[in-house]
Design a protein around this ligand. Sequence first.
Ligand code: HEM
Length: 195
Amino acid sequence: MESYDRTYKLLHWGMAMLVVSALALVEFRGWLPNRDMKHEAVFLHIQAGLGVFFLVWVRLFWRATHAAPPILPDPPRIQKIAAGWTHAGLYLLMAALPLFGILALQSKGKEISFLSWTLPVLLDEDKWLSYSLSFRNVHEILGNLLMAAIALHVLAALVHHFHVGDNTLKRMLPFPGRGEPGLELLNTSTKGNLQ
Ligand code: HEM
């Protein structure tokens, strides 16, 4: 097995685009010239965020039922442990962060729709209104943690690719490189011939 399967890659890059869009829409909304556009940016932020919230469960299911291709050459144990924790953190944040967004809005009695489906109400406004700001603050803190985890994740992928020279990043690239044999080939068939 050389590379992640198509579904893995589609979920990885599709969700990466949704997360980056959700962050950009809310972080740069202040640059927009009027209230209507700012409102539209927050609406789109919510749509992208809910997309992440629904897809993360599909992704966890896919991960649990489909083995990831091995990294070649095999990295040291400590690196595998660090990667495991970062990935677990990313999954946790992709589930918890949108959830706190939902709680922040529903505790204020706001209706939330995804595409044209109205989400079930998880909290009763009468009981939870006083927690609305806390949910909003947790949402923002988790958003900042997600940005840090993404930065670490991207940095690790680049170090693996350019410094270590293994196939960590190649396994997840949407299109296999043209004309260039993958490291995995070097480690199986070709390596034997070169020795
Ligand atoms: C990947 C998913 C998401 C990410 C990364 C994310 C990230 C963030 C961040 C960092 C902020 C704080 C921005 C700031 O004030 O500087 C924020 C604000 C907000 N988010 Fe999210 N969020 C996500 C999903 C959601 C979802 C699913 C909802 C609602 C259902 C939501 C609702 C909101 C709202 C209402 C605000 C406040 C906007 C405002 O102050 O006008 N977010 N989000």
